[in-house]
Design a protein around this ligand. Structure first.
Ligand SMILES: Nc1ncnc2c1ncn2[C@@H]1O[C@H](COP(=O)(O)OP(=O)(O)OP(=O)(O)O)[C@@H](O)[C@H]1O
Ligand SMILES: [Mg+2]
Length: 397
């Protein structure tokens, strides 16, 4: 798929901007702080309903504005779709598809598919486990949009369950509380099992692509791996470190992968029972996909804490490339390629990896690349050049 047109109103630094795009490579060049990332962030937001830079919507609204609009015309095969997203300061965001009646923002998920590479990706390796869970869940939702509801169901139950555990910590835990906790356990086990089942399958699909992308980007001397660690296997410490305690011999992740959603639900119920005492003491939910980890490895060692700076970068790029390949392979999209966005990544790479990455992405249906200086863009990415100037795009509007 490709974006043919992007228009922003009161988004970040833009009062109004219009950008015409087409298939193939487009390179956006402009000085630091001019608004290149703001454009890429808007496209990414349309795809995931979240920003790769901030965790709340407020910074996306232009200073003083009450709402921002992102409009895009998306072409997929013979079909074109107009997507609109209204980001509101104090109330729910809304979407519109082909100028029909407004829908919940969530209903536009899965229509615009992107893979965004950015300097912030370093946290995928170096950051805490929440970054890797988010990586998995965003990809999951792009592939299977109904999992946005799975996620929000899970988050809602988790919040309620945590509130109850917190109150029990104050020493006022009655039989009534216990019964309510049993009910939350059931809900959380079900939603958690659906999420876990989907993540485990996704990791299986990512793994071969991760390793081959890493080999393509480097000289291939190390194997890049990813192993999912579930809290069903034992509670992890706050950094996603090794299991703190186990109730019985823990199942391997390969065993978990063979279980159905019903069977995983049952495992969660058991794990909640085994950790209840500890959860009541700590006043927080210790078991569930919100505490799981995706462990990344290079050769024998974990990537986090061991990989060099260059290796860390290659791993991050490989994770994004692997997402791209998984999306390409996906039956639901029927081989439609997601839009590749490379925000400022070439400046971070040495010449060798620049050229390798460029050669890999050059053939994608649409590639949007930003750079502060032209010289950072490898020759392999010869394409249309767009100059970003204060408040807009040179020669368009
Ligand atoms: N909510 C906002 N309202 C108004 N201006 C904003 C808002 N958020 C960010 N900006 C401005 O947008 C500019 C940053 O734009 P952006 O990050 O897109 O730059 P860039 O071209 O990608 O720069 P670099 O090359 O340094 O990455 C900053 O000058 C910042 O002050
Ligand atoms: Mg930028």
């Amino acid at each position: 798929m490709y974006l043919e047109h992007l228009s922003l109103t009161d988004f970040r630094s833009y009062a109004q901007v219009d950008l015409k795009l087409g298939p193939g490579v487009t390179v956006l060049v402009g000085s630091n702080g001019i608004g290149k990332t703001n454009l890429m962030e808007a496209i990414g937001y349309l795809a995931t309903l979240s920003s790769h830079r901030v965790s709340t919507d407020a910074p996306l609204l232009r200073f003083g504005a009450e709402r921002a609009m992102i409009r895009a015309k998306l072409v997929r095969g013979e079909q074109s779709t107009v997507l609109e997203l209204e980001i509101n300061a104090g109330r729910a965001n809304r979407g519109r598809i082909n100028r029909s009646n407004p829908v919940r923002a969530r209903d536009i998920l899965g229509i615009c598919q992107t893979v965004l590479f950015a300097p912030e990706d370093l946290v995928l390796v170096k950051g805490d486990p929440s970054n890797r869970r988010r990586f998995l869940d965003e990809l999951l939702v792009s592939l299977v949009p109904r999992h946005a509801a799975t996620r929000s169901d899970y988050d809602r139950v988790l919040k309620q369950r945590n509130a109850l555990l917190k109150s029990s910590r104050a020493g006022k835990f009655t039989a009534g509380h216990e019964a309510t906790l049993d009910v939350w356990d059931q809900h959380m086990a079900r939603a958690g099992a659906e999420l876990l089942h989907a993540r485990l399958e996704l990791v299986e699909r990512l793994r071969p692509h991760l390793n081959s992308a890493y080999a393509q980007l480097t000289d291939g001397s190390k194997e890049a791996g990813a192993v999912y660690r579930s809290t069903i296997q034992g509670v992890l410490d706050d950094d996603g470190g090794p299991a703190e305690y186990r109730t019985e011999p823990s199942p391997s992740v390969d065993d978990l992968r063979l279980l159905s959603v019903d069977e995983l639900t049952e495992r969660y119920i058991q794990a909640f029972a085994a950790s209840r005492k500890k959860e009541l003491e700590r006043g927080i939910s210790l078991v569930g996909p919100h505490r799981d980890e995706l462990e990344l490895t290079l050769g024998q060692a974990p990537a986090k804490g061991y990989a060099s700076h260059g290796e860390t970068w290659s791993m991050c790029l490989s994770l994004r490339l692997a997402s791209y390949y998984v999306m390409l392979d996906d039956a639901r999209t029927g081989g439609t390629a997601p839009i590749l966005i490379l925000d400022d990544v070439f400046a971070e790479l040495d010449v060798q990896r620049r050229r390798k990455l460029a050669a890999i992405v050059a053939g994608a249906e649409q590639v949007l690349v930003t750079a502060a200086v032209d010289a950072d863009i490898p020759e392999e990415l010869a394409g249309r050049r767009v100059t970003v100037v204060p408040g807009g795009i040179d020669g368009e509007g």
